[in-house]
Design a protein. Structure first.
Length: 304
């Protein structure tokens, strides 16, 4: 099987770890943050028109992550002209060039929130495989507080998680056998079991050395082997209890508690005094919900 692999999910959900685990397979190569489907699909007009194709290629080459794949533009145009001139085929040819250059048989791509494009991707690649990483929204928000360049408000973070989780439910039903939802917590707690199941889903052999993530700079000098579970650790699971206040936890659970339960995340009991409850309902809930709604409206407007 040489069909493409897509890794999606929100930031701070384990996408990078999954990519690094799978990239340890000798048949697989992965790109990350190319944003081909989320930023460029159908954004440059009909690619059968030479001017549109040139504009599209120029826009793609502005991305350092796409340039890192080393696309040969003249060859790309020749190969594209030998068949249907579509966005899906253009994106695939870029990855195929890179896979050939690296001596790998199969390519994959890690892109944040690519689950939004599942219908378009499976229309272009009917036998593709998509992995959707999901993380406890409380832990995810707590982790985001430590990333100043990616920090967003609680309302936006919760609204994004809700949409991603709803897409996870919808897509795995619509594309059985081709779409797999993996919780970060399962990957971190049981890496070998999770990776074995993932390899089976992808139609690839599991190799124990994949767990060590060899060649990844961030893990150089880390003395952990495959029998240890590799560099993955479960120490960050449940960290929200130390880093989030009760009102933040209560807001997340009120907004997406049903979805959390559907994916196996237990809800935390929260006890408020009457004053805290009043502040939560009149201030916290209103402000955060308006913030989340504003993000959704802005996102819809950008897609019109």
């Amino acid at each position: 099987m040489n069909d493409p692999i897509f890794i999606g999910g929100l930031e701070r959900s384990g996408k990078t770890y999954m990519r690094m685990l799978l990239a340890g397979h000798p048949r697989l190569t992965f790109s990350c943050r190319t944003n081909l489907w989320t930023s460029h699909f159908e954004r440059h007009g009909d690619l059968t028109q030479p001017a549109n194709l040139k504009r599209c290629l120029a826009a793609l080459m502005k991305s350092k992550h796409i340039r890192a794949l080393g696309p040969d533009l003249p060859r790309l145009e020749r190969e594209l002209g030998a068949g249907p001139v579509t966005y899906g085929r253009l994106f695939a040819l870029i990855h195929e060039q890179h896979a050939r250059a690296t001596g790998k048989a199969r390519w994959g791509d890690q892109t944040e929130f690519i689950e939004q494009k599942a219908d378009d991707i499976f229309a272009a690649h009917p036998d593709a495989r998509m992995i959707h990483m999901l993380c406890d929204p409380r832990d995810r928000y707590e982790a985001m507080l430590h990333k100043s360049h990616r920090r967003v408000g609680l309302g936006v973070a919760t609204a994004r998680w809700r949409i991603s989780a709803l897409l996870a439910q919808r897509n795995q039903v619509k594309y059985p056998g081709r779409y797999k939802v993996i919780r970060y917590e399962d990957m971190a707690s049981h890496p070998q079991t999770t990776l074995c199941e993932t390899c089976e889903f992808l139609g690839e052999d599991f190799l124990p050395e994949m767990l060590t993530m060899q060649g990844e700079a961030r893990f150089e000098g880390l003395n952990r082997d495959a029998e240890d579970g590799g560099p993955l650790t479960a120490q960050y699971i449940g960290r929200y209890r130390l880093g989030l206040g009760a009102r933040d936890i209560a807001y997340i659970q009120k907004q997406v508690g049903g979805l959390m339960s559907a994916f196996g995340y237990a809800l935390e009991p929260i006890q408020f005094s009457w004053r805290e409850r009043l502040r939560f309902h009149l201030l916290d809930e209103t402000v955060n919900s308006l913030e989340g709604l504003g993000w959704q409206i802005k996102g819809l407007t950008k897609n019109i």
